[in-house]
Design a protein. Structure first.
Length: 281
């Protein structure tokens, strides 16, 4: 038994070593990825359930690694945050998304105009000039500001609430839309709802999951929708995977929904194709 114990210890150490080596390698590779244009934005449609049409998209970053293939964001966003690389990456994401939605707004005019949701990380929020940087990008691309929705989680705001309120208020005055992501999973949802100048809530996927078989989940979703209505906020359900979920959400008067049932995140050309098909879901 002693021998076996030592073996598994050795295996464990070996495991740790390869893990940290590959993390380190990933960090090195990440430094080159931007210059080598290995990043790409994918776009996932957000549906207006009242009319069954695309109202906008969420931009989600993808890393096409030269030999690892597609690396999902959970494997590199944190590294990018810890190293500060997220700042340059975040600016690139905002520019790319603004330029894209501006083109789509021209090509597919609709009221209200098509929008793109862009995720912001807490590290970006610690930059005192974040709001002016974003406003400059919006001006540069002559974008109708209603076309950019900033998605942030409560933890983003929690680092420095006063500064977050100040920056968000500035952006809201510029006409941008602020969205609270993963709603319901944080610690003090209600107090942040009250203090932050936000325009919409995104109901976390974990509540949408199994809402068609679990009454409790359905009740939670219904309660969040009512809360949003009372506070005059838009509401988006995330992670909709089945037609039953989509129907239930519509019945609960949840206006917007996004998820694999409608479409996975897709590259820009495929997103353009979805828009030109003008499909009714
Ligand atoms: P998030 O902001 O909550 O994004 C939603 C995630 O759910 C995306 O994963 C999306 O592909 C996935 N998703 C959408 N519909 C469904 C569904 O029906 N079923 C399931 N199982 N999943 C669904 P993704 O693209 O892997 O991104 C994961 C997280 O990485 C994001 O969570 C966000 O926190 C972060 N992230 C992604 N792109 C960016 C970015 O451009 N900037 C920043 N700062 N973070 C990003
Ligand atoms: Ca998001
Ligand atoms: Ca989310
Ligand atoms: Ca999330």
């Amino acid at each position: 038994a002693k021998n076996k114990g030592r073996n598994s210890q050795a295996i464990f150490q070996e495991d740790m070593r390869t893990h940290s080596v590959s993390q380190f390698q990933l960090e090195m590779d990440l430094r080159d990825a931007g210059e080598d244009q290995q990043f790409q934005l994918y776009y996932q449609p957000i549906l207006d359930l009242n009319i069954g049409k695309i109202a906008g998209f969420e931009a989600l970053i993808r890393w096409q690694h030269p030999n690892r293939g597609l690396v999902p964001p959970i494997e590199f966003i944190e590294i990018a945050e810890d190293t500060g690389m997220i700042l340059a990456m975040g600016e690139w994401i905002l520019k790319e998304a603004c330029s894209q939605v501006q083109q789509w707004q021209q090509q597919f005019p609709q009221q209200p105009p098509l929008f793109i949701g862009v995720n912001l990380s807490s590290r970006q929020f610690l930059q005192p000039n974040l709001a002016t940087t974003i406003a400059n990008i919006v001006h540069h691309y002559r974008l109708d500001p209603r076309g950019l929705k900033l998605e942030l989680t409560e933890s983003v705001a929690m680092n420095d609430v006063d500064s977050a309120i100040q920056q968000l208020t500035y952006l809201k005055d510029e006409g941008l839309h602020i969205s609270l992501d993963d709603f319901g999973t944080g610690y003090s949802s209600l107090s942040y709802l009250h203090r932050l100048p936000i325009d919409s809530l995104k109901i976390d996927k974990s509540f949408v999951d199994r809402m068609e078989t679990n009454q409790e989940n359905e009740n939670i979703v219904g309660t969040i929708v009512t809360l949003a209505q009372r506070l005059n906020l838009d509401i988006v359900a995330e992670g909709v995977e089945t037609i039953d979920q989509a129907r239930l959400l519509k019945g609960l008067q949840c206006q917007y929904a996004q998820g694999y049932y409608f479409s996975k995140p897709v590259p820009r050309n495929q997103a353009t194709k979805l828009l030109s098909q003008n499909k009714i879901w």
